[in-house]
Design a protein around this ligand. Structure first.
Ligand SMILES: Cc1ncc(COP(=O)(O)O)c(C=O)c1O
Length: 389
């Protein structure tokens, strides 16, 4: 044992040195829509700084604020703003950075509804270009004077490719672009994009950070300069506020996040290694496997791997994919991930074929979220289902 204290291991306690905590081991939950004042003058002063002062919980609430301080500390950002969902955080963040006529560069495959939101912005005159490349210089052919931001997700959606964050953010900054990255997969326990040049990090709290499939929430973290306008404008006007009750659940999730993530990693890697050797599996897209093309880069950028990855079944028959998924007993069919329970989803069964083709997702791709159950049991379940299919 060495005597080094890594504050992230006790990240559940970040931000709790407040007099109003009264030493309570679980922070109080401020279930208030409203905060009142003794005088009109006191209210006016608070309204002038509604992101800092508690006035109305669509703006700020002490329990939500505590969660924000914890997440800012964990991501190494100056400030965080929580939202009622990951998409709430993503849509507010993108909206705050672009105006009519602006252009966005997306690198690689990103979460489907984020792309849908960028398409939605076309009706306000905001365009985007998605480029799949490992080389930032390729982006010179798509950047234009109205390009304002670059949006990234690493590991990438469904195929779990790794993006060189320092190279891409370096390229973006030389051209004056703001960089935004979705860090939901790795969580700040395993990856801290703000320390690698990313300007704003977004998360769905609904996955590993919440950790128990019992809440929907989101956050954006970064500098005060970039977060404050979002907090004062998009946050207030879109109204996607996180409730104190949901924030309290996320705070509980953070207390065990540093314990859960290595457990997801260990189980996920054992399951991935088993599948990589199986003759019915054509490929395993897990950046923690030495054979993954982004493995070395992943090890340089992340300190660990979560339990979400995909496999490609050696088949062109949709019926075989269905038989495999339906034969699983420990993996339940579900669209989300990051909780205790193991989950499975096959885009061939849920996503339109034309859309799947544009996303480059093969028919046999199956996404697995390895939960916290016993790894041997999960492996036995997969072995049986592969036999059945
Ligand atoms: C990578 C990623 N980012 C963002 C989101 C959106 O989060 P939410 O469902 O909390 O809006 C999801 C949800 O599945 C996701 O997988």
């Amino acid at each position: 044992m060495n005597g080094h204290i890594n504050d992230d291991w006790i990240c559940g306690r970040y931000g709790e040195d407040e007099p109003w905590m009264l030493g309570a081991v679980n922070p109080p939950v401020f279930e208030n829509s409203l905060f009142t004042f003794p005088t009109v003058q006191a209210l006016s002063e608070s309204l002038a700084d509604e992101d800092e002062k508690y006035v109305y919980s669509r703006g700020t609430n002490p329990t939500v604020d505590l969660l924000q301080r914890k997440l800012a500390a964990l991501e190494r950002g100056e400030r965080a703003k929580c939202f009622g969902s990951g998409m709430g955080a993503i849509s507010a963040t993108i909206s705050s950075l672009v105006s009519a006529g602006d252009h966005v560069i997306v690198v690689g495959a990103i979460y489907g509804p984020t792309t849908q939101f960028l398409r939605y912005l076309e009706k306000f005159g905001v365009s985007h270009t998605t480029v799949h490349t490992d080389n930032p210089d390729v982006l010179d052919s798509v950047v234009n004077p109205r390009t304002k931001m670059m949006y990234l997700e690493s590991p990438s959606y469904m195929r779990f490719g790794i993006i060189d964050l320092r190279a891409f953010t370096g390229w973006a900054h030389e051209r004056g672009l703001t960089t935004v990255m979705d860090n939901t997969w790795a969580t700040p326990i395993f990856q801290k994009p703000l320390t690698m040049g990313v300007d704003l990090v977004v998360h769905s709290l609904s996955k590993y950070i919440g950790g128990h499939s019992d809440l929907i929430g989101g956050v954006v973290v970064g500098s005060t300069r970039l977060i404050r306008p979002i907090a004062l404008t998009e946050y207030q006007l879109y109204g996607a506020a996180l409730s104190a009750h949901e924030a309290a659940k996320a705070i509980k999730g953070l207390r065990t996040l540093p314990v859960r993530m290595p457990a997801h990693q260990e189980r996920g890697l054992r399951v991935a290694e088993f599948l990589a050797e199986h003759p019915a599996v054509r490929a395993v897209n897990h950046p923690g496997l030495p054979g993954h093309p982004g493995h070395e880069l992943a090890r340089a950028q992340m300190t660990g791997f979560s339990g979400l990855f995909s496999i490609e079944l050696d088949t062109e028959e949709i019926a075989e994919v269905t038989r495999f998924v339906d034969a699983l007993r420990c993996f339940r069919v579900g669209v989300s991930w990051g909780g205790f329970e193991s989950l499975v989803i096959a885009p061939a069964l849920t996503v339109r074929e034309s859309l799947r083709a544009t996303m480059g997702i093969p028919l046999g791709l199956v996404r697995l979220s390895v939960g916290l159950e016993d790894a041997d049991t999960l492996i036995a379940d997969l072995a049986e289902a592969l036999k059945a299919s």
